[in-house]
Structures are given as structure tokens and as C-alpha cells.
Design a protein around this ligand. Structure first.
Ligand SMILES: Cc1cc2nc3c(=O)[nH]c(=O)nc-3n(C[C@H](O)[C@H](O)[C@H](O)COP(=O)(O)O)c2cc1C
Length: 208
């Protein structure tokens, strides 16, 4: 069965990124009722802390050394997570912007799955090469500031360039970004931004 993987990354019940994702998924499920939606809640997902055997496993791989038993076991966690991702035909990431970038749990998820021989490889003559197949991917980012019209009040968006680059690094280049903001401050611009992006997400869902 064809599958969309949804990485949901806000811990808030009133989350704007999650609300946007719901609008998109409603439309998507109507357009493709036979698709499976696999939800990875980054705050509930079992993820190893990136210390001890899992980081040693990364360096062992980089040096082409054999794994210890503990390294093999912890690397299996990375393989499990990367496999779940690689089996998806479409990907949706909905995330808050936190301190210009990503919530640390989403960064942890990338730190675990971005591994040599798993999602990228290094070739001495060609440099870094991705190992995943490209697939349509949508990233929804909610931010207090408004990065669509530039009312960002002196803050910058490092979440979009980071996600574009880390996804490209592992093979995912077909990525569209939808930014929801402002989500804080006066109510009228918040409502207007929500309405505008929800309309856009509903329209995108039909052809994604
Ligand atoms: C820890 C933290 C850091 C934040 N940093 C930023 C920031 O750098 N830029 C910004 O525009 N908004 C920032 N915000 C506001 C959130 O991006 C905003 O509330 C957004 O709606 C959160 O997404 P969510 O509604 O899906 O949880 C921050 C919020 C929190 C809790």
C-alpha cells in the first residue's frame, strides 16, 4: 500500500503547524483514500540519545571499522528509523520554528538517520552522495514571525535552509515549503495568515 509519512514535530495541542498538517491531510486522504498515513510523533518516538554506542557506531562506519555488539544494536535503531522513512512514497514534515531553527527532537531524528552507508555515502572522487530516492515532500513551518511578507521583527529563518540542505544531502530534493506566520502578536494578522496558508495547503493536497 502506498504510504505518506508524517513527521509531526510540535508538542503543543494548539499547534499551528499541526493544524496546517491536518488541513493538508484531510485533503490528501480525500484525493487518495487508499493511501496509508504513517505518523511519527517526534516527541513520542523512541529515539536513542546520540551518545555512547550510537555515535561510536557512526565513527566506526566512517573509518570502515567493524562494529562492537553494542554499536551494532544501537545502529539497528538508526536503520529502523531510516527504513521507515525510506519506505514512504510521500513525506510531510510539520514543525514549529524554535530559536531560528528546528525543535531539538527533530534535529535528534536527523542526527540519528543521517549515517554513512544508510542515507549518504562518501566517494573520494565525487564527495558526498545521497542514498535515498527522491520523493515529493512538503514541509510546513509555523513561526511567530511572518517570513512570507518580511515582518520578521529582526529574527531570521534558519529552519528552511537547514531542512532544504539536510534533506538534499540524503536525496530528497523535491521539497516544497509552506510557512505559517505570524502565529503570535495581534490577532488579525494571525487569523489572516492561518486562513491564507490553510487555503494553499488544501489546494496543494489535491495534487500532491
Ligand atoms: C522555544 C521557542 C522558540 C521560538 N523561537 C522562534 C523564532 O526563532 N522565530 C519565530 O518566528 N518564532 C519563534 N517561536 C514562536 C513559534 O515559532 C510559534 O509559536 C509557532 O506557532 C510554533 O509552532 P506550533 O504552533 O506548531 O507549536 C518560538 C517558540 C518557542 C516555544
Amino acid at each position: 500500500m502506498a504510504k505518506l509519512l508524517h513527521l509531526t514535530c510540535s508538542p503543543r495541542t494548539e499547534s499551528e503547524s499541526s493544524a496546517g498538517a491536518r488541513v493538508f491531510l484531510d485533503g490528501f486522504s480525500q484525493a487518495r483514500p487508499d493511501w496509508d498515513i504513517d505518523v511519527v510523533d517526534i516527541w513520542r518516538e523512541r529515539m536513542p540519545e546520540f551518545t555512547g554506542p550510537i555515535i561510536e557506531a557512526k565513527y566506526a562506519r566512517l573509518k570502515a571499522e567493524t562494529f562492537t555488539e553494542a554499536q551494532r544494536d544501537s545502529f539497528a535503531e538508526a536503520e529502523r528509523m531510516a527504513l521507515r522513512f525510506s519506505l514512504a512514497d510521500r513525506v510531510l514534515i510539520s514543525t514549529p520554528m524554535w530559536n531560528f531553527g528546528l525543535p531539538y527532537k527533530l534535529k535528534q531524528w536527523f542526527d540519528i538517520i543521517v549515517q554513512p552507508g544508510l542515507t549518504f555515502r562518501f566517494d573520494p572522487s565525487q564527495g558526498y552522495l545521497p542514498l535515498l530516492q527522491d520523493r515529493p515532500t512538503l514541509v510546513i513551518i509555523a513561526s511567530g514571525s511572518d517570513f512570507a511578507t518580511g515582518m520578521n521583527r529582526g529574527r531570521i529563518d534558519m529552519a528552511t535552509p537547514y531542512l532544504r540542505e539536510i534533506l538534499r544531502f540524503i536525496g530528497i530534493s523535491n521539497v516544497r515549503f509552506v510557512l505559517i506566520g505570524p502565529t503570535t502578536g495581534p490577532q488579525q494578522p494571525i487569523d489572516a495568515a492561518r486562513e491564507r496558508t490553510h487555503r494553499r495547503l488544501a489546494a496543494m493536497a489535491a495534487t500532491f
